[in-house]
Design a protein around this ligand. Sequence first.
Ligand code: BMA
Length: 363
Amino acid sequence: MKTALKTLAGALLVISLAACTSVHPKGSRADLLAVLSARTEAGEILYGHQDDLSYGHSWQVTDWENDPLERSDVKDVSGRYPAVLGFDLGGIELGDSCNLDGVPFGLIRKAALTHIGRGGVVTFSWHPRNPLTGGDAWDISSDEVVWSVLPGGDRHDEFMLWLQRAADFIESLGDVSVIFRPWHENIGSWFWWGWRLCSAREYQELYRMTWTYFTSDRGLKNILWCYSPNGPVVEADYLSRYPGDDIVDILGTDIYEYVGEDWLDAAGIRFGGQVKEQLAGLKKLAAERGKLFCLSETGLEGLVDPQWWTGVLYPAIQSSGSCYVLTWRNAHDKPGHFYAPWKGFENAADFKEFTEKEDIILL
Ligand code: BMA
């Protein structure tokens, strides 16, 4: 009975949302969870893009206080805004005014709230500097960094100030709910919190300390917590650093297509297989735990495959049960570093076709 009622409520939610294309209820975290669950149960996948309202392939917002934030590479090509918008908090830890990619935090706040106001979902990643060496998030010169920020470690007090600044920013958004996925891609060893840089227990403590500070110490309850290791990885590795069912809401995975020296089709086939297999694994884990799951980051840099969206990504995620898929940013200052098409890009039609699939949701 309970399940039947839940399904009915979910169906009604989806019908009402389909009418207005809004995917964000602007309410509590329970509301956001309910909307995402209802969309997922209806077999729909929200499409997301990193930094979409702040800049694009050949433009950037400059006068952000007066800009209506109506430009978007995704909208330029498809006519609609992405349903999910990703932002990165890297730099907030030292109180910088701009993030690591030069985006003012004032703009990030305004873009996030504008997007939620339009009915979209917002997710934050975080590439903080290395708290022990002073290097960046990719500084893996020491394997004592995580240890040093945990209770009792040399850098603990200062690190709590870093968490405070990140929490201050999220709190400054006000009464909206967002997805946060700190300490991502932790099964690789390219960030200071990565696989070879700390033990499983240290990683879990880092994640749990972050969650406890935000949730209990600061009372920030409107956050859905996403755990998003890099993929593909086997289930045992995925779970070995999992922070716990009591604190994680969404099981994520970051998987990119790399072409390298490969034949293009081979790279696409390999990537498609990896995504399919990883999402099938997450589907099982998520079902066992009553969680949602997603493709938290993906993409093919420079979109060198003219049919990547309809020929590679879509077949890999179709009917997967993933609640959203987010492609990475279109840098305005690095011409080849883009993951969504832009106005004038030669293969934009393939993306438009992808966005017109009835199970792919944009605003
Ligand atoms: C990476 C690249 C970098 C960027 C970082 C954080 O994957 O896009 O240029 O600084 O993400 O956004």
